[in-house]
Design a protein around this ligand. Structure first.
Ligand code: URA
Length: 222
């Protein structure tokens, strides 16, 4: 799978694979219903997870095959932490943990005010100490970057120094905001996404995007 690096200090990988583009195209299609959207998002995240875990920490190990000893690796301890940002990030959890079944799972509830576009936290079920843990944040839409920046700052406060955000889609404005916020911060920060779209509209939606990811996954909640 080809990955295209874009920015320097926030490592951004736009995965390029015909299956990813195929699934993303179906996700974007407004005629795709919620059950199909959930299944496609799940499959797409597993493909993104493969790329996002490319530099996951491993330790050398020797196993005995029926024929001879073989050198290999296993995931290092402590295990990675996967944190979906509620609500829409929940639609990415299964797809991610399919590749990382031993990961610990935390939950972070953030809501974006539709007028100010500011993110506030309403649920925090993440480990108090993240030092030495590899953190995978799941947020389908990197739009203004406000939610992800708030989430990453919380992870840094708790000691995380290696954070990968997995996003279905990203906007240039969101990536630029991340770059501006974290360029001078000494962390290993990466964004893995299926596509970098054109721009944000005046309501903060990614264009062409796929609409409101939470609504398309779970239905409209007033
Ligand atoms: N959140 C969404 O769900 N969609 C967008 O386009 C932007 C933010």
């Amino acid at each position: 799978m080809l990955a295209r690096p874009i920015l320097e200090s926030v490592r951004t990988l736009v995965t390029e694979h015909p299956l990813i583009t195929h699934k993303l195209t179906a996700l974007r299609d407004e005629r795709t219903d919620s059950p199909t959207f959930r299944r496609l998002a799940d499959e797409l995240v597993t493909l993104l997870a493969y790329e996002a875990t490319r530099d996951i920490r491993v330790s050398p190990v020797t196993v005995q095959t029926p024929v001879a000893p073989a050198q290999g690796v296993h995931l290092s301890s402590p295990t990675p932490v996967v944190i979906p940002i509620l609500r829409a990030g929940l639609g990415m959890l299964e797809g991610m943990t399919r590749l990382l079944p031993t990961a610990e799972v935390g939950f972070l509830g953030m809501v974006r005010d539709h007028e100010t576009l500011k993110a506030t936290t309403y649920a925090d079920r993440i480990p108090g100490e993240l030092q030495g843990r590899q953190v995978f944040l799941l947020d389908p839409m990197l739009a203004t970057g406000g939610t992800l920046i708030a989430a990453i700052n919380l992870m840094i406060e708790r000691g995380a120094d290696k954070i990968t955000a997995v996003c279905l889609l990203a906007a240039p404005e969101g990536l630029a905001a991340l770059e501006a916020e974290f360029a001078q911060v000494d962390i290993d920060l990466a964004v893995v996404t299926a596509a970098l779209d054109d721009h944000l509209n005046e309501k903060g939606y990614i264009v062409p995007g796929l609409g409101d990811a939470g609504d398309r996954l779970f239905g409209v909640v007033p």
